[in-house]
Write a protein that binds this ligand. Sequence first.
Ligand SMILES: Nc1ncnc2c1ncn2[C@@H]1O[C@H](COP(=O)(O)OP(=O)(O)OP(=O)(O)O)[C@@H](O)[C@H]1O
Ligand SMILES: [Mg+2]
Length: 294
Amino acid sequence: MSGCATPANDARPIILPSVRDVVLVASGKGGVGKSTITVNLAAALSERGLRVGVLDADVTGPSVALLLGSGEGIDLEEDGRAQPAVTHGMPSISVGNLLPPEAALTWKGPLIAQAVEQLFTEMAWPDLDVLLVDLPPGTGDVHLTILERVAVSGAVIVTTPQRLATVDAERGIAMFHELDIPVFGIVENMAGYACPCCGEVQALFPGGTATSLAARRHVAHLGAVPVDPAAQAAADAGTPLVLASPGSPAASALRTVAERVIEALERERAARRRAGAARPDASFDDFWKGLTDP
Ligand SMILES: Nc1ncnc2c1ncn2[C@@H]1O[C@H](COP(=O)(O)OP(=O)(O)OP(=O)(O)O)[C@@H](O)[C@H]1O
Ligand SMILES: [Mg+2]
């Protein structure tokens, strides 16, 4: 990848010819489990036979290299594009693959936006059904850069079952709704505690905040993922929990989320097909062209 010396301000759309759908994982609030959900959703979708890639758009707080165990260093293609790292059968890129953990990431807004663009454009992405994008918290520059430049199929919102988190999640949903980006639904993370001995899930917080947010904003509740102590060990080992501990309650909840995301993607693709097929201006153009052409 080229360096990040000058900000790029051209607003041409970023075309990813090898990627069918770009899906954002967002939250509003930090620390609610976006990156954890992203890599586990990727693994669960991949288990279902989809070709999935992961792009870590949190350039100043990258987690994906660690969570997928992809380490540092990536190879360059002859055309100067970089090869994503491949672990657990999934290609991914994160600033964590490019810079050592001790490097300070003190970049100003335009440089951050440029770095994010490069993760899309300067990578040799293979053919993918879904590219999952792990967003930073908030609704800031990175979000707007991606939403302005990349054709996004939908967004998954992660929240924890506390009002403090759902307020920010709602702002995230409002941003996507304002920009006409389909919100596939809400993942309620850290919803209860899965006992490591018996697997029983006990409530940690009063329930209902995420389901009422989903109902209020007319979006789906994609699933409730419990706190699972095994998630930490899996994260530290660079293996998504759905692969490291496939029988755990959290893994099973994450697979449910993946099923619902697949359904949402299918609905979105069908809507795109209908919109394409029923484009009246195209058929009108053909009609008039047929009359006027010799
Ligand atoms: N279901 C879970 N069970 C146990 N630990 C979890 C679970 N979900 C997330 N965690 C842990 O919570 C911490 C925060 O998770 P994560 O880094 O995925 O959040 P994030 O929303 O991406 O944070 P940031 O906003 O900083 O990017 C991590 O230590 C992660 O391992
Ligand atoms: Mg994160």
